[in-house]
Design a binder for this molecule. Structure first.
Ligand SMILES: Cc1cc2nc3c(=O)[nH]c(=O)nc-3n(C[C@H](O)[C@H](O)[C@H](O)COP(=O)(O)O)c2cc1C
Length: 405
């Protein structure tokens, strides 16, 4: 006889949400009245979709072990229908050989093996997008005229949210030391840093040179030193710091318009400084994926290339097993890389951007990643900047700040 073992997933959060709902009794009497309501919600990390659970269902779910597999039979106090309802959304694990349920058993196993902290896993999967298309205010923006539209939009936000917190912050202090100001305007290092800005307007008629892509990758993601800390642990030295010196971030290049490189996705092989082909797209497909990866932000289509950053969580979690800070540190790592990418792009006279608004699940699907052992985290990109004289929200013209003395 086929096994029908069950248990409850360890990675499910239950919580109460207070709100208001129509009072049905009163409604039947023809009166519209709202009453306070409280509902129980369950969030299974394994499928990332919240569902409502009744008090009775919660009592039953609570009684099912998260550690011991038990053989299912109706004497357990619930029906097969109940079991299948919750096994199909990753709240219960049902080992009956059916793929619909087996996928969650595999995911639970990967989450455990890659040593995810339970709260980090919860946060991580709550913030995963798959098919989001943001409606950018910049989509129809062409010049001065629409600045009025933008201002109106901002007026509405301020009406709703109140005035924004001040842009400069001062503490109450009786003692202020003015710092010396040296003129470093001739120093090329500081000149490059000051060139850093977010670019969103590119010249799609000029390709990025392969040599330029190579330089940007080498000085952002490349390896410049090695140190054998133990016979089984080698640390790499890069231009960015990394939590635990583990460098778990990987770079996948989505090539749109680079000289002598077919549109498609490539993995940046750090050891050999090479691009290893993942998949080829035609030019239109590549642009379409670029756009979808960043949730419909249209400006990316004219870029030369994007870098889809992923994190090999298991590399970091190998050291910081289930640690409450481990996940946060992997995110901070990508911030350092993004800044280094901006600086190298500026040095190479490219315009660059970063975006956190990404369809994580779609990127993972295209890269054939399960998202648990290795998953998408951040996207940066660059291209040939297009000189643009008009006032434009895509690239605001910042005025020089004169330091107040
Ligand atoms: C973590 C992070 C996420 C960002 N996400 C987006 C984004 O989704 N879309 C976008 O157009 N810009 C995004 N930006 C860029 C900011 O809008 C930009 O840095 C800001 O407007 C300041 O402009 P500057 O970089 O030219 O100084 C992001 C920046 C950071 C640091």
């Amino acid at each position: 006889m086929k096994s029908k073992k069950i248990k409850r997933s360890e990675f499910v959060f239950f919580y109460h949400k207070n709100g208001k709902t129509l009072d049905i009794q009163e409604l039947l009497k023809g009166k519209i009245q709202q009453i306070e309501s409280r509902k129980m919600l369950a969030f299974p990390v394994l499928n990332g979709e919240e569902i409502v659970v009744s008090d009775e269902e919660f009592e039953i779910l609570k009684s099912i072990s998260i550690t011991e597999w038990v053989e299912f039979n109706e004497n357990l106090g619930f029906t097969l229908e109940f079991l299948e309802k919750f096994a199909s959304v990753g709240i219960l694990l049902f080992d009956n050989g059916q793929e619909e349920f087996a996928q969650y058993i595999r995911k639970e196993d990967i989450l455990n093996k890659s040593k995810w902290n339970i709260y980090a896993a919860f946060f991580h999967y709550l913030t995963k997008w798959s098919k989001v298309d943001v409606e950018m205010v910049t989509e129809d923006y062409e010049g001065d005229d629409n600045m009025d539209l933008y201002e109106q939009g901002m007026d509405n936000i301020i009406k709703k949210n109140g005035v924004p917190p001040t842009h400069f912050h001062k503490i109450n202090s009786e003692n202020r030391t003015m710092l010396p100001l040296e003129d470093l305007s001739d120093d090329t290092y500081y000149q490059t840093i000051l060139k850093r800005k977010t670019s969103r307007i590119f010249n799609k008629n000029i390709s990025v040179k392969l040599e330029t892509l190579s330089t940007v990758l080498l000085y952002t993601f490349g390896c410049h030193g090695k140190y054998d800390m133990h016979k089984q642990l080698t640390l790499l030295h890069k231009t960015v710091p990394s939590g635990g010196s583990l460098h778990p971030t990987e770079a996948y290049i989505l090539c749109l318009n680079v000289e002598s490189l077919e549109p498609g996705i490539y993995h940046y092989n750090v050891e050999m400084h090479s691009l290893d082909l993942v998949k080829i797209y035609n030019a239109e497909e590549a642009k379409d994926f670029a756009n979808k990866f960043v949730a419909g932000q249209h400006y990316v289509k004219d870029a030369g290339f994007l870098v889809l950053m992923t994190t090999r969580y298991f590399r970091n979690f190998w050291k910081y097993q289930q640690h409450t800070l481990a996940y946060k540190v992997t995110l901070l790592d990508t911030g350092h890389l993004s800044q280094m990418f901006y600086l190298n792009a500026a040095k190479e006279n490219l315009g660059s951007f970063v975006t956190g608004a990404i369809n994580t699940s779609l990127i993972e699907q295209e890269l054939s990643l399960d998202g648990f052992t290795e998953g998408a985290t951040l996207v940066v990109g660059c291209g040939i900047p297009l000189a643009n004289e008009s006032v434009n929200l895509l690239e605001p013209d910042f005025l020089k700040h004169e330091i107040v003395r």
